[in-house]
Write a protein that binds this ligand. Structure first.
Ligand SMILES: Cc1ncc(COP(=O)(O)O)c(C=O)c1O
Length: 391
C-alpha cells in the first residue's frame, strides 16, 4: 500500500498511459475475439447500476424481476417459453452449470462421463475437472462437424450427458443437433447445447432467410442452452446466459443461502455475489435494439464476412476452410502447413486472430467492430506474408 495518495487526475493520466498498450476494437486489429465494443447505451446503464448484487436478490427484487423477464424473452427466442435460467459470467460458467445439473441428475452413476465433440470449448474440460466427470471427445468429420457414429460408440453405462455446439469456437459450425437429440433420447441422457456464440446470431439469421437447421429448445430432448449476451448480444462483459427447460431440477439442485435478507431462494450460479448491472444493461439493450436491431447487426456482419471470404480466396496459397455459416472464418493454407508462421507474422504486424493449431486454422471473427477498411488493410499484410512464404 502506498502511503502518498495520488490525485484522481494523476491516476487517470497513469491509467491512460499504461492502458495504451491494450488494443482497441475500433483499431480493427482485434480480428479473433468473440467480444466487441458494447453499445454506449448499455455501458451507461451498466455504470449507473454497478452496485446491484444479484447474489442477494432479496435486497434487489427489481433487478431479479428484470433477470426473470429477460430469461423468459430468451427462452421464447430459443423455442421455449417458461424457461428457468440465469444471467451468468459467460459461456464457461453456463457450461459448467449444465454439467453440474447433469451430474446431480445421475448421482447413481459413480464414474460419470460427458461426451462432447472435439470442437467443444475448453470450458467443458474445466467443468469435468472441477466436477469429477470424465470428458470423452467425439471425433469430427472431415468437414469439421461432430461425427455422430463416433459419439454413439463412446456412450457407455457411465455416460450422463451429451453436448452439441451451435456455433463452434473454431469455425462457427452447427452440429447436427436433431440427430444428436435422437441419440440422447434413445440413451436417456442429458443434452446440452452450447450456443454461447451462435445464440445471438442463429435466430436472426433464420429470420433473414438463411437456412438454419434446428438446434434449440424446439427439439424435445434439448434440455439446456448456453447463449452469451457478451458475445453477439453486444452486452458489456461479464454477461452469459444459461437456460433450462422448465423443470423441477432447479428446485432440486439449486443452492439455498438461508441467511441472506431475501432468504429462501435457490440459485444454481457458481458465484455468490454477482453483478446485477450486467443483467440490467442487457435488459436495456434488448429492449432498445429489439429484434430488428439485432437482425440489422447480424446482416451487416454477414455482408462483411462474405467480403472477407472472397478476399481470402483471392490470395494465392491460402483459402477459407469451409463456407462460413455465421460471422466466423477459418483460414488455412493449401496443405495446412505454415499456418503457425503466418499467425506469428501477422502478430508482428499487430493483427490478432485465433490460432487453432490442432486444426491448422487461423480464425477470424467478424464482430460489429470489424469494418471493410480493416479487412482491406489486413489482406494487404496477409498477402505480403504469404508471398514471402510461398514464393
Ligand atoms: C462455443 C463457446 N462456448 C463457450 C465459450 C466460453 O465463453 P466465455 O469465454 O464467455 O466463458 C466460448 C468462448 O469463446 C465459446 O466459443
Amino acid at each position: 500500500m502506498k502511503d502518498i495518495a495520488k490525485s484522481k487526475e494523476k491516476i487517470i493520466e497513469e491509467l491512460e498511459k499504461r492502458l495504451s498498450k491494450d488494443l482497441t476494437y475500433d483499431s480493427g486489429f482485434i480480428l479473433g475475439s468473440m467480444c466487441s465494443e458494447p453499445l454506449k447505451f448499455a455501458t451507461e446503464i451498466y455504470s449507473k447500476y454497478i452496485s446491484k448484487n444479484l447474489g442477494d436478490p432479496g435486497l434487489f427484487p427489481g433487478t431479479m424481476e428484470l433477470e426473470n423477464e429477460i430469461i423468459q424473452e430468451l427462452g421464447g427466442l430459443f423455442g421455449c417459453r417458461n424457461v428457468v435460467g440465469t444471467i451468468t459470467t459467460g459461456g464457461t460458467e453456463s457450461n459448467i452449470i449444465a454439467m453440474r445439473i447433469a451430474r446431480n441428475l445421475f448421482k447413481n452413476k459413480k464414474n460419470p462421463e460427458f461426451i462432447v465433440p472435439a470442437s467443444a470449448h475448453i470450458s467443458f474440460d474445466k467443468g469435468a475437472e472441477l466436477l469429477g466427470i470424465t470428458l470423452k471427445k467425439a471425433k469430427l468429420t472431415k468437414d469439421f462437424y461432430l461425427d455422430l457414429n463416433h459419439i454413439s460408440s463412446l456412450i457407455s453405462e457411465n455416460t450422463i450427458g451429451l453436448v452439441g455446439v451451435a456455433g463452434t469456437t473454431s469455425l462457427g459450425l452447427i452440429d447436427p443437433i436433431e440427430k444428436l437429440a435422437k441419440i440422447s433420447e434413445e440413451n436417456s441422457l442429458f443434452l446440452h447445447v452450447d450456443a454461447a456464440f451462435g445464440g445471438f446470431i442463429l435466430p436472426f439469421l433464420k429470420e433473414l432467410g438463411y437456412n438454419i437447421p434446428r438446434w434449440d429448445f424446439s427439439i424435445k430432448s434439448v434440455l439446456s442452452i448456453t447463449a452469451d449476451p457478451h458475445k453477439m448480444g453486444l452486452a458489456p462483459i461479464p454477461s452469459g446466459g444459461f437456460l433450462l427447460k422448465p423443470s423441477s431440477l432447479y428446485e432440486e439442485f439449486g443452492y439455498e443461502i438461508p441467511y441472506l435478507a431475501g432468504g429462501g431462494f435457490k440459485h444454481f450460479n457458481i458465484l455468490g455475489t454477482r453483478i446485477g448491472a450486467s443483467t440490467i444493461a442487457f435488459w436495456a439493450l434488448w429492449n432498445y435494439l429489439g429484434k430488428e436491431g439485432y437482425k440489422n447487426i447480424v446482416k451487416e456482419c454477414m455482408e462483411i464476412t462474405s467480403y472477407f471470404e472472397k478476399r481470402i480466396n483471392e490470395i494465392p496459397g491460402i483459402k477459407v476452410v469451409v463456407k462460413p455459416i455465421m460471422n466466423i472464418i477459418g483460414i488455412t493454407t493449401e496443405n495446412g502447413e505454415k499456418v503457425e508462421i503466418i499467425d506469428e507474422e501477422l502478430r508482428k504486424k499487430k493483427w490478432k486472430l485465433g490460432l487453432f493449431n490442432n486444426l491448422k486454422i487461423l480464425r477470424a471473427v467478424i464482430m460489429p467492430h470489424v469494418k471493410k477498411e480493416h479487412i482491406d488493410k489486413f489482406c494487404i499484410d496477409l498477402e505480403l506474408i504469404t508471398k514471402k512464404l510461398f514464393n
